[in-house]
Design a binder for this molecule. Structure first.
Ligand SMILES: N[C@@H](CCC[C@H](N)C(=O)O)C(=O)O
Length: 308
């Protein structure tokens, strides 16, 4: 692990001096137990070691690190602004191992809560704001009891990868789903199979996905549909972060996979994860090719990380 988890660029002498005096100010937040370190860096002045910040023993701890930066201050953001000039803020997301991910469904809800609480944006309940991400501009809506995000057009991949995992007796077929980032979903028949899984080690997907994958294991509820809403239970091993208590894009992928196998007719889903429950709706914006995720977002504390 790096002994210098954060720093600033040489061009920002006063922020560098502030940081030496106060440490790096961060906020900790989570969405159904998927937890993040949030940093405010409107002008893109900070350099930081995300893996060191996310380290649960030597750092702050988190499944990911999210930097709030103005889109215009980041190359990927400027590229987005060429198509959609409205996405003022960019969610710069990194996994716990420091790798960059295109999208985070729980993270973007927590990001919305952070923008409001940190005074970076004024978003009223019922209002929708465009947020820049590496999977494109995503529309985020503030609700009474959380946030909903249009994850965009989803894709069910061709082919049938196989998945091996500790605790599974034999390899299982998976279904590749892209919701802005890559997922492979395995549907299990029994709750006991879900519980027997040991996800300390990453499941092995074959053939190996070109950019890696988040792997979700799901069990349909019995009955699957209750009051017009499908319900499933899920565990996940996230690319770059290991087993987490929740994954928003993973929940969307899991619901889409079960929907696919059930004949593509059920559009509303509840997904139970170890950290809570999120909602998934196919047909975001009246478009049957788009999927929306909804759920809570909570900020837990703010602190200052002192350079080691
Ligand atoms: N936890 C996130 C997904 C974060 C990124 C993922 N690990 C990846 O590498 O694609 C979510 O809530 O969607």
């Amino acid at each position: 692990m790096s002994s210098a988890p954060l720093g600033t660029t040489a061009s920002t002498a006063s922020s560098a001096a502030d940081e030496r005096a106060t440490g790096l100010v961060f906020t900790k937040g989570h969405g159904t137990g998927n937890d993040f370190v949030l940093l405010s860096d409107p002008d893109g002045e900070l350099t930081f070691d995300a893996a060191a910040l996310a380290d649960r023993r030597f750092g702050i701890g988190g499944d990911g690190v999210i930097r709030a930066i103005r889109s215009e201050r980041l190359e990927e953001g400027r590229a987005l602004l060429a198509d959609d000039a409205t996405a003022t803020w960019f969610m710069d997301y990194r996994n716990a191992d420091g790798s960059i991910a295109e999208m985070c469904g729980n993270g973007i809800r927590v990001f919305g809560e952070y923008l409001v609480t940190a005074g970076l944006a004024d978003i009223a309940v019922g209002e929708t704001v465009p947020i820049g991400t590496r999977s494109g501009v995503r529309r985020l809506r503030r609700e009474m009891d959380g946030w909903a995000v249009d994850l965009g057009v989803f894709r069910v991949e061709e082919g049938e990868p196989t998945v091996a995992a500790d605790g599974l007796d034999v390899d299982r077929p998976g279904l590749g789903i892209d919701v802005g980032n890559p997922h492979v979903v395995v549907v299990l028949a029994e709750e006991s199979e879900l519980e027997a899984l040991d996800l300390h080690r990453a499941p092995q997907v074959s053939p190996i996905p070109p950019h890696g994958a988040n792997v979700e294991f799901v069990v349909p509820a019995e009955p699957l549909v209750q009051d017009g809403t499908g319900r499933i239970r899920m565990r996940v091993h996230e690319r770059g972060s290991g087993e987490t208590l929740s994954c928003g894009t993973g929940a969307a992928a899991a619901a889409l996979a079960v929907r696919h196998f059930a004949g593509d007719t059920i559009d509303r889903w509840l997904v139970d994860v170890p950290g809570g429950t999120v909602g998934v709706r196919v047909g975001a914006d009246g478009d049957a090719t788009r999927v929306e995720l909804s759920g809570p977002a909570e900020l837990v504390y703010t602190g200052s990380f002192t350079r080691g």
